[in-house]
Write a protein that binds this ligand. Structure first.
Ligand code: FEO
Length: 400
């Protein structure tokens, strides 16, 4: 995709990635893709804000060359070190070894560790302003959105916030880079949520700190390094990120995530009846088969819904491993303070419930109810399952 001018002499350059199967080596993006956005400012000084993953290096450098010789760039602003934004750095420095790299003090350390680059680096202080000609850039340290060296860069003339990972999302760009030209905003909002929970959510407090810190500046355009540029409604993505970050420690939505696994269909039969009970109470329900759904897609539901129902058989004296895997990921991502209930089949001894208690206790999930049944469910088990689901849903609805 050729460069796109987003304001006079401010260009989006970047690449769509539709071939990487796993973002960060974990999170599936085969279907959705992702973009690595960079920005080129052509002023008295020429500035490149963030780079790109080493993926379509020729295309990336061609976009710059179409606008200016790479050797003429004065600065690279490195908002974030992670290699999806810096993978082409060594190639860039072979072409232009004189450009000054700007970043936080922590960036200096990481840059040496990851790339062995120690020359031509200048630390920018929090709030520091750089005059590049007809405009000024201001740097705001925003540690842990997403790594400790992270900062955001603000064009004070055009009121553009170059926010790197912050306000970003999965999803390759489809024909346009702008929110107002996008015909499928819902897709990008959903993929922003999945990205937030997969990548940023553990750092929700730093995210809220950053949003608070930037609250005093006027923003006309949010230009992140993944996904859409929000120029018609920048407040929308800020508001979504704020809401999601607040879910880390405050009230979430009164819905239920039902995560289940089933070896021979017994737990699944009960799951369908539990779901009927939940739905009869008028509570939103999302159901995931843990063995067949990547945890990347389950975590967002766990993040936003207060209630969690776990349906899992005992497997060799322990919790069914695919369900254990989901709960372990939830613990790693610090998805805290849920209200939960458990059901499942066992053959000759239990064990699933014991494992669940071990995993959820440190993340403060309150176990409200549980029932296990031997082998296949009886008529009484199924009747009980419906009431079990309904009663749990009523508690979620009431918030108690
Ligand atoms: Fe898009 Fe934390 O890198």
């Amino acid at each position: 995709m050729p460069a796109v001018e987003i304001r006079t002499n401010v260009y989006w350059i970047g690449v769509n990635d539709r071939t990487t199967d796993l973002f960060e080596g974990i999170w599936p993006i085969e279907e959705e893709g992702v973009s690595y956005n960079s920005y080129l400012l052509l002023d008295k000084k020429k500035v490149l804000i963030d780079l790109s993953k080493a993926l379509k290096t020729d295309e990336f450098f061609s976009q710059i060359r179409d606008l200016t010789p790479i050797q003429e760039l004065d600065y690279i602003v490195m908002n974030h070190l992670e290699p999806d934004h810096t993978g082409v750095l060594k190639t860039f420095l072979q072409i232009n070894p004189k450009a000054t790299i700007l970043g936080t003090p922590k960036m200096k350390e990481l840059l040496a560790n990851f790339y062995g680059v120690t020359e031509n680096f200048k630390v920018v202080e929090d709030g520091e302003i750089l005059d590049i000609g007809s405009r000024k850039l201001q740097f705001f340290h925003t540690p842990f959105v997403h790594w400790p060296e992270t900062m955001m860069t603000y064009d004070t003339s055009e009121k553009i916030l170059f926010s790197c990972d912050g306000f970003g999302g999965y999803g390759a760009l489809v024909g346009t880079i702008f929110d107002d030209e996008c015909k499928n905003l819902r897709f990008y909002e959903q993929e922003s949520l999945r990205y937030y929970v997969n990548i940023v959510a553990k750092f929700s407090k730093p995210t809220l700190n950053a949003i608070g810190k930037l609250g005093g500046i006027e923003v006309d355009v949010i230009a992140p390094s993944h996904g859409l540029i929000w120029r018609s409604n920048p407040g929308r993505i800020i508001e979504l990120y704020k809401k999601w970050a607040e879910y880390a420690s405050g009230p979430t939505e009164p819905g239920i995530t039902l995560v289940y696994g089933s070896m021979y269909g017994n737990t699944e039969r009960v799951m369908d009846v539990v779901a009927q009970g939940i739905t009869s109470a008028g509570v939103d329900l999302q159901i995931f088969d843990a063995a067949r759904t990547h945890v990347s897609y389950i975590l967002p539901a766990l993040w936003i819904n207060w209630g969690v129902v776990i349906g899992a058989p005992t497997y060799e004296g322990a919790l069914f491993p695919p369900v254990m895997d989901v709960l372990t990921h939830a613990a790693v991502k610090r998805i805290l303070n849920k209200k939960t209930a458990m059901f499942g089949s066992y053959g000759w001894s239990g064990g699933a419930l014991r494992n669940i208690k071990q995993i959820i206790e440190p993340i403060k999930w309150e176990l409200e109810d549980s029932f296990e049944f031997n082998g296949s469910p009886t008529k009484e088990d199924l009747e009980h399952a419906r009431e079990f689901g309904r009663a749990f849903a009523e508690k979620i609805k009431k918030g108690s």
